[in-house]
Ligand binder design. Structure first.
Ligand SMILES: [Zn+2]
Length: 438
């Protein structure tokens, strides 16, 4: 990880230059704090999401997934408290009407230099829209500000169809929307973002140990995810135990996992014990019996819930910050974990005007595509192609040369990090690369 102040600028520039992340709507002058994932960014992001789904849903017996609607019945947000409480205090410049969060108010207005501001007003962060053609209050709806509520709202349906017994969790990945007053820091804080969340349900605890054991289990899982999957150095992560007097009224314990981003230590993930707050509210509000029935005792109760939550875009950003290496400015390298890299392998013919080399290289390329995301490059010389692949984090480069076609049916496999270049039989190539992904 480069320790320079302009690291963020360099990462933003690389993201644009190589097609990871573009400014949104750029041909129209862009739109403040909106970003689009380009061809490489979408691969990196999808690899992160798939690794998460595989690890926390597919490979666990105590988890199931859902994919709920973005726009839910507005009563959901009444029951969850978002309609009443999901607000920031907002002040307005009296001269040019630019708005600021009260806690982030500059001395002088950044728009006009004015010094007079209005009284603070509460501003709800939910994006409002209308269902159907008539724009009237009865048709008001909201884009979800978090994915979590769907796991509570769908709890009974999941229970009835999956036959899961406590403890078990419901997972979801998807977009959420918050009308942030002060977004910023590239893809760190945007108004439209993606979450990966789990609501993990347990029996009502008899004592603190009952829930804390599960809390600690998830704390360990989140740490393992950051270090083993994302490749973050643990010394770049800070666990903030939220002080008791700052906890949400329904939470008994919350840990914020913060990452040492170039712009400062900022929240990456969260883990909270939410008691039975959400299910209880939805049961009261919907007047439906969504209780769990214990299969042994027949007893009915509302489960409690531990909530680990991950930001997708923040994961992408942390991975990029961790992986970025410009210690040799001529050869920028993204040391991405092999499993997450947009391309696992790139294939080159040594020379692009030798038909026998190009033909063989195309064969190798096509074959590897059955297993991996593969890049093709025949421009310039091999050294330049290596640099180009290093910059987007491709862990392996395969070169087909004259020995390949005339002698040994082997290719040179160049390793991004070790720079080793063993010759590997084409018939063993896919397995050789697969091993590195485990
Ligand atoms: Zn102003």
């Amino acid at each position: 990880m480069a320790e320079k102040n302009d690291l963020m600028d360099k990462i933003v520039s690389l993201c644009k230059r190589r097609g990871f992340v573009f400014p949104g709507s750029e041909i129209y002058g862009g739109m403040a704090n909106s970003w689009d994932y380009g061809p490489l960014g979408v691969e990196l992001k999808n690899n992160i999401k798939q690794a998460w789904w595989s690890r926390f849903v597919k490979q666990r017996d105590d988890m199931v997934g859902i994919d709920a609607a973005l726009i839910m019945n507005p009563k959901v947000w009444q029951a969850s408290g978002h309609l009443q409480n999901f607000s920031d205090p907002l002040v307005e410049c009296k001269k040019c009407h630019m708005r600021y969060r009260q806690d982030k108010l500059p001395e002088k207005c950044e728009g006009c230099g004015g010094k007079e501001f209005s009284e603070a007003k509460m501003f709800n962060l939910m994006f409002q829209t209308y269902i159907g053609p008539a724009q009237e209050q009865a048709n008001v709806a909201y884009f979800r500000p978090e994915t979590a509520q769907a796991m509570f709202v769908d709890f009974k349906n999941v229970l009835d169809t999956s036959r899961k017994q406590l403890p078990f969790g419901i997972a979801q990945q998807g977009k959420a929307f918050r009308n942030e007053i002060t977004p910023g820091n590239f893809i760190f804080r945007t108004r439209e973002f993606e979450q990966m969340e789990i609501e993990y349900f347990i029996k009502p605890p008899q004592n603190d140990e009952d829930w804390n054991n599960v809390f600690e289990m998830w704390r360990g899982e989140m740490k393992a995810w950051m270090t083993e999957v994302l490749g973050l150095k643990w010394e770049h992560v800070h666990e903030l135990e939220v002080p008791k007097d700052e906890l949400a009224h329904y939470s008994k314990r919350t840990i914020d996992f913060e990452y040492h981003f170039p712009f400062g230590v900022s929240e990456l993930y969260g883990l909270a014990y939410r008691t039975d707050f959400d299910l209880k509210n939805h049961m009261e509000s919907s007047k439906q019996d969504i209780r769990y029935t214990d299969p042994q005792s027949g007893e009915k109760f509302i489960p409690h819930c531990i909530e680990p939550t991950w930001g997708v875009d923040r994961s992408v950003l942390a991975v990029l910050c961790e992986a970025y290496d410009d210690s040799n400015p001529e050869n920028i390298i993204l040391h991405l974990p092999a499993k997450l890299a947009p391309y696992t392998v790139a294939v080159f013919p040594l020379l692009k005007n030798k038909e026998q080399l190009v033909g063989k290289a195309r064969e190798v390329y096509k074959d590897l595509q059955k297993h991996f995301n593969v890049a093709w490059d025949d421009r310039g010389n091999v050294g330049k192609r290596y640099y180009s692949q290093d910059e987007i984090g491709t862990p392996f480069c395969v070169t087909v040369d004259f020995d390949t076609v005339e002698k040994d049916d082997c290719v040179t496999v160049r390793n991004r990090d070790t720079k080793e270049q063993p010759r590997i039989k084409i018939s063993e190539l896919a397995d050789y690369i697969k091993k590195s992904l485990q």
